[in-house]
Design a protein around this ligand. Sequence first.
Ligand code: SAM
Length: 229
Amino acid sequence: FWIDSVENENKKVYLSPSEANHLKVMRVKLGEILTGLDGKGNIYRFQLETISKTGATGNLLSRKHEYHDGKSLIIFVASTKWPRIRLIIEKAVELGVDRIEIFNSRYSVAKILPNRLDKFYSVMREASKQCLNTYLPELCIIDSIDQIDHSNSLNLLLDFTGSPLQSLSDSIASSKNVRILVGPEGGFAENELKKLHQFCLPVSLGKRILRVETAVIVSASFASLQMGR
Ligand code: SAM
């Protein structure tokens, strides 16, 4: 379950109204011992104390902190329609991605507005709970390639003409920060590609044209494993 806050000198945990509703749907009983996450590396054990429309509370029994490995796996992906974008976000969480940059490309079929991010965060929390990912990724919208801070990362552009992704396994394993850039359904625009080629290494996932979500899943799985996630 998702923990909103811990208070009362670390003795009580608070859960949101939607988590309280989730507890009801799952028929969890007062007094049950549960596991909670907060997306900041903490794993809580708590005993459920109250459930109401305004939220739920529990008595904190223990807290364990899982340290982050200090590496960063970033997925830069062109925006796309729901439910495709939902799948991308969910799988990125499962694969241990630290940051999802959603790019409103010229050729994106659906532009994402900042007011959609709440919905995306809720997908990320659900995915984190399911796979016990203790760190919630960062999520941001990028409107121009110039906004990417690419200076300290190995930037891999998924491109049919590139060298095979697996040929970069050693570079990925030894890099602290890895960014994978995936184009939109219609491909990147000419001027976008020109800018991307200035700081990215083109890499290929084979000769077949993969859907955006497949390209994200394949490349993030590979990088995540190489980075020891
Ligand atoms: N017609 C588009 C084009 O020619 O670029 C197809 C775009 S594809 C559906 C979406 C994105 O997934 C591409 O821009 C690319 O970044 C990535 N992608 C898909 N298949 C790939 C492959 N076999 N190798 C490398 N990247 C791939």
